[in-house]
Design a protein around this ligand. Structure first.
Ligand code: URA
Ligand code: SF4
Length: 210
């Protein structure tokens, strides 16, 4: 089975993890991507935000949530009163997965499979152990499935503080939609409603921190 396990160092904290992840060959996704996009933030951050996988901009820049979805997330976090300095931001999968409709055309994000999320899971587990956040925010279904299993549904879980056992420890979590889903809304009214829903869920997270 594909797994990052043999690449994950068991000491050295975030710097060692980030350095080792740059050379991960735990699944085939490293082949077409530009680079590993490891989490950003400091150990001991109060909240850990988990997305799905890097997008086009993240793949080029090597940092999570710097593209359009990240800009929207930053705005929503500010509105919810979550200080970016308190946040560690990462993804369930560390390499960009994409398809090209035509050669040399725009790269289109493709959702990772459960196999790929499972392969990459040891990195997320290691980040969780080192960062040791008070609260995890799950951004969308992939993050939820990666940490809570394939039966996870955003619609059922969102907007409430959950307590779940993850890797042998009880973690507090709040689930919400992925910021990309707000950008994909059909029209302005839908987009507004989706954004307000995201902010409302993040306010639940903000309250759980204080
Ligand atoms: N979407 C994600 O899930 N993660 C990123 O880093 C960017 C977009
Ligand atoms: Fe390793 Fe994850 Fe990249 Fe696969 S997606 S190569 S497991 S870092």
């Amino acid at each position: 089975a594909y797994t990052a396990e043999p690449f994950v160092p068991d000491r050295g904290g975030l710097p060692a993890l980030r350095k080792a992840a740059a050379d991960c060959r735990g699944c085939p996704l490293h082949r077409d991507a530009t680079q590993t996009v490891f989490g950003a933030g400091k150990a001991g951050a109060r909240v850990m935000l988990v997305g799905e996988q890097p997008g086009d901009q993240e793949d080029r820049q090597g940092t999570p949530f710097v593209g359009p979805a990240g800009k929207l997330l930053d705005r929503a976090l500010a509105e919810a009163g979550i200080d970016p300095g308190d946040a560690y931001v990462t993804n369930a999968v560390k390499h960009f997965k994409f398809i090209r409709a035509e050669p040399r055309k725009r790269r289109i994000h493709k959702a990772p499979t459960l196999r790929e999320m499972t392969a990459c899971g040891p990195w997320l587990a290691a980040e969780l152990a080192v960062v040791d956040p008070e609260l995890i925010v799950l951004l969308g279904a992939s993050a939820g499935k990666a940490l809570l299993g394939s039966s996870f549904r955003v619609g059922e879980a969102r907007g409430a503080v959950l307590e779940r056992e993850i890797h042998g420890r009880t973690e507090k979590l709040v689930a919400t939609v992925h910021p990309s889903s707000v950008l994909r809304a059909r029209d302005d009214a839908d987009r507004r409603a989706a954004y307000d829903g995201l902010v409302a869920d993040l306010k639940v997270a903000a309250r759980a921190l204080t």
